[in-house]
Design a protein around this ligand. Structure first.
Ligand SMILES: [Zn+2]
Length: 335
């Protein structure tokens, strides 16, 4: 196994958007999903005459999502039980290590912030945050608006309906991991360090250019020591999470996660549909129901080796495309 810490520095505006029915394309992702990075890097490898057929069939590279970085702080999804007061902008977390999940009858949502404002707390689970000097900072991306005029190929002039508006991220910088297993034949540091990959929409208009910087890391650089509290370890979803089951109805997704055969308890941050875009067939892939970032998995039956394995290699299927990535929630800093 090799672990790469990868930084992606945007050298042009970025638009990662879901499909749009209008001529307006708005950046709709605050971080770089693993599937986007995978597509960009495999495309780079194809364009540089590397054979990726084997990688398409049997993935040996796991692409974690890459999160925005500002002043060396990495902004990651907040856990589901974090609230912000709409009046005074203070943050109030509930510590999932201290919530009794066996008896939810006594579970109380907070309704006042620490300054005593009632009914002003807004849940912000899944929003990107960083902790600076013990305080929460929310990620505020910078956007710029670009209008682009399409040229009608027949008349050679601009056309009324061919005006596109792009709302793009600027000055973006992201950091994430790529983990490769022993069957991987690519040395990513050698191939990609200081090279440029392209993501998102408008690449032929100059958007989506990312300069890649790669450092190789050891397992010990990434995995810290974790201790349980109240006999629990809480895992926080950094990407959409789901599991797949084969039943009489075919392939179905579900939210059952097992560690050493014991089922994790779940605190959901709501669900969403995820999908990828095939670079082989140029079509959108099947939509899969998943729990949103910030959802929590609670387990008691986990060793340090298991934790390392789960944090690096994910907890469900399609980790190669950046799904099912989790990290351990620190009980002293439960954000
Ligand atoms: Zn308040």
């Amino acid at each position: 196994m090799r672990i790469y810490e990868v930084e992606y520095n945007a050298e042009s505006p970025i638009i990662l958007s879901r499909s749009s029915v209008t001529n307006v394309f708005h950046n709709s992702y605050k971080y770089l999903p693993g599937s986007t990075i995978r597509g960009a890097i495999l495309t780079y490898l194809i364009n540089n005459n590397h054979d990726i057929k084997e990688e398409m069939v049997k993935p040996s590279m796991l692409f974690h999502p890459a999160f925005p970085v500002k002043d060396d702080l990495v902004f990651k999804p907040a856990q589901v039980l974090l609230f912000r007061c709409k009046l005074c902008n203070t943050y109030k977390p509930l510590n999932p290590y201290e919530v009794n999940l066996d008896n939810l009858d006594n579970f109380e949502m907070p309704f006042k912030c620490d300054n005593g404002h009632p009914f002003a707390l807004k849940p912000i689970g899944g929003e990107l945050i960083a902790i600076k000097d013990g305080r929460v900072e929310e990620y505020k991306p910078k956007y710029a608006i670009f209008d682009s005029v399409g040229i009608n190929r027949v008349t050679g002039s601009s056309d009324v309906n061919l005006i596109y508006t792009y709302i793009a991220l600027i000055n973006a910088k992201y950091r994430g991991l790529i983990v490769t297993n022993d069957s991987c034949k690519f040395d990513l540091k050698e191939l990609l360090d200081n090279e440029v990959i392209f993501v998102g929409k408008g690449i032929n208009r100059g958007f989506g250019c990312l300069r890649v910087k790669i450092k190789e890391k050891s397992k010990h650089d990434i995995i810290k020591k974790y201790d349980k509290l109240n006999n629990k370890i809480v895992l926080k979803a950094l990407s959409p999470i789901f599991n797949i089951n084969i039943s009489d109805n075919g392939l179905v997704t579900n939210y059952e996660f097992k560690i050493k055969l014991s089922r994790c308890k779940i605190l959901s941050n709501g669900s969403m549909y995820v999908s990828g875009f095939s670079i082989v067939s140029n079509t959108e892939k099947v939509k899969i129901a998943a729990l949103k970032e910030g959802s929590l998995l609670i387990t008691d039956n986990i060793s340090e080796d298991d934790i390392a394995d789960i944090v690096l290699n994910g907890i469900g299927p399609f980790i190669c495309a950046g799904f099912n990535i989790v990290e351990v929630l620190d009980h002293d800093s439960p954000y």
